[in-house]
Each structure stands twice: as C-alpha cells, then as structure tokens.
Write a protein that binds this ligand. Sequence first.
Ligand code: NDP
Length: 339
Amino acid sequence: NRRVILKRHVTGFPSEDDMEVVAGGARLAVPPGSAAVVLKNLYLSCDPYMRGRMSMQNRRSYVPVFVPGEILVGHGVSRVVASGHPDFEVGDHVWGMTGWEEYTLIPNPESLFKTNHPEMPLSYYTGVLGMPGLTAYAGLYDVAKPKKGDYVFVSAASGAVGQIVGQLAKLAGCYVVGSAGSDEKVCETPGTKFGFDEAFNYKKQQDLNAALQRYFPEGIDIYFENVGGTMLDAVLLNMRMHGRIAVCGMISQYNLEQPEGIQNLSSLIIKCVRMEGFLVSDYFGQYHKFEEEMVGYLKDGKIAYVEDVAEGLEKAPAALIGLFTGRNVGKQLVTVARE
Ligand code: NDP
C-alpha cells in the first residue's frame, strides 16, 4: 500500500521534497462487526486548501493540520473493495475524503457520495462533478446571484473552479471575462473551449486596474474571487454599484507568512458592494441536485471540461505543488489506478 506522507511542516512555498512516497503498510480489512469500508483509490484531487494543512498551524481554516510522518488526505474517487456498511457494496464507486495511498480504510463511510452516473468519466468526480464543481455552482448561484446581462469577472479562470464558474455565468446570460497566468492557458481555455467573452494573461499586465478598465468599461457586477492580493485590490476599484464579490479563495496568499494588505476596501462603501465568503462544505446537502444539473449540461455539450492528469502516485507531490506555480491547465488530479 504505497502512500504519500508529509515529511515536515511547510513554511513559504511547498516543494516536492516536503512529501515522500513510501511503500509498505498492513493489508487493510474491515474489522469484524464494524461499519467501515475499504477503498481502492483511483483518482486523487489536488486542491489548494491542502497547503493550509501542511503548515505548523492552519490559521486560514478549521481543518486540522497534517502530522509529519503521516499520510496526506484529500478528496478522491475510489472503488469499494470491502464493506461492513449496509449502504455500500463491493464494487460501488464513491467520492469523498480518502488517503493519498492505494487503499484506505474509512471507519465512517456516511460522508462518502456514490457516483450516480456510470456513463460519465469517473475522474470527473474529482472536479466538475465533485467538490470543485459544487463550489462553482454554490458560489455563483447562492453567493453572487447572477442576473442576465451582468458583467462577471473570474480569476484563475482555467482552473477547476474558475472554468465552471465562467461557463455557468455564460449560461445565465452574463458577459464573462476570465484571467489566467499564461498566454497558452488564456487562449486554450477561457478564450476558446469555455466560450468566455474575453480572457487575459494577468502576468503580462503592468497595471491591473487599467486592464480591468479596458475589459469592463462599465464596471464589474460580479467578481468570483479565487486569487486575492493585488488582483482583488484592482477589482475593488472597478466594481459597479451594488456589485457582489463571492470570496471563494485567495491562492496568492496561501504561501505568504504575512498576507498582503488590501488598500481599496472603501470601494465596498462607495459602490454598495456585498463581499461574502463561503465554504463548499455548507452545500454538500445540495450535492445530488447539483450532480443531476451538471450531468445534464455535460451531456448537452453546454459545459466543456478540461482536466490535467498526472499519472501515478509518485507524481502526486509535484502535481500538488504545481497548483502554486500555475503549472496545471484545468483541474489537477492524479491517477492512482484505473479500475
Ligand atoms: P485551480 O485549478 O484554479 O489551480 C490553482 C490556480 O491558481 C493555478 O493554476 C494558478 O493559475 C492560480 N495561481 C496560483 N498561484 C497564484 C498567484 N500567486 N496569484 C494568482 N493566481 C495564482 O484551483 P481550484 O480551482 O481548485 O481552486 C481555486 C480557488 O478556489 C482557490 O483559491 C481555492 O482555495 C478555492 N476553493 C475554495 C473552496 C471553498 O469552499 N471556498 C473550495 C474549493 C476551492 P494561473 O496560471 O492562472 O495563475
């Protein structure tokens, strides 16, 4: 049972060397009389929030930190290979929290979701049909509340969450602009496959405020915030009256010891803007409604989806840290096994 462990707590940018793939571990079986399941892990999801769990103290979240020498955990898609639980049968495919390893014993499987659409690629349950897809859906519809004709800006627009946000906003009749960190990403994903109205490479802009003024001469109604920092500051200057900022994440801040100061918060007052954070975990109760809707969009070709697949558990550490240099194009996941 090969697994990925954290070698040491991380300060600053994480490196591959902060993790290690180790072999060994006992063969896993359901203890007699327990309601546990054993999962064979197929696809693991690389998610930015995992960085917080690698620090000595997780100041940004209530999720506990990883312990050096112990295994990483995160979302994944798995097959049940042994079950003591009446709701799970051997052969069921599920997604939810699991270990970064080949096989995982889950003592309380009630938090796992079964995948209801075998006609969909299983890996999609790490992204568009899993936690990031639900994040996009909840953040856009419940927090930002788009209206037809709204001007919408999405940062990290090529990524797992951003690509879905922008496309859902287009379906809601909005004008959508996305930013991403390379010309290749801009032109491949928000610019073409996802059908955004405009997209730009934020790393090439000398003045983000001026860039946003060019793309939004009338201002921004909705900003879907994935990155924070200087981008947020520039967006604040460009919001429209009664605009909404759905604060999903601030990846530019996750490796900084001292978060960057935001200068332009008074725009919230002047423009009567509502800025609201949210956590996807508050929306898991809506998962099945979301899954049905999103499967429909995928089948009808209304949503395109791009994933970035690293092959093999050995690639997991590099894939995870690649999120923080923007190496991924689309949803970053790791294939551990195909069946
Ligand atoms: P992505 O697939 O978008 O990958 C991360 C991307 O962030 C990179 O590809 C890179 O794209 C961009 N990035 C990395 N470093 C920086 C930086 N310093 N400045 C600007 N951009 C940077 O990740 P996800 O879609 O999974 O996550 C997007 C955001 O959503 C994150 O902030 C995450 O924490 C948050 N999130 C929040 C949830 C919630 O419940 N609130 C749930 C899930 C995710 P580029 O090349 O374009 O720079």
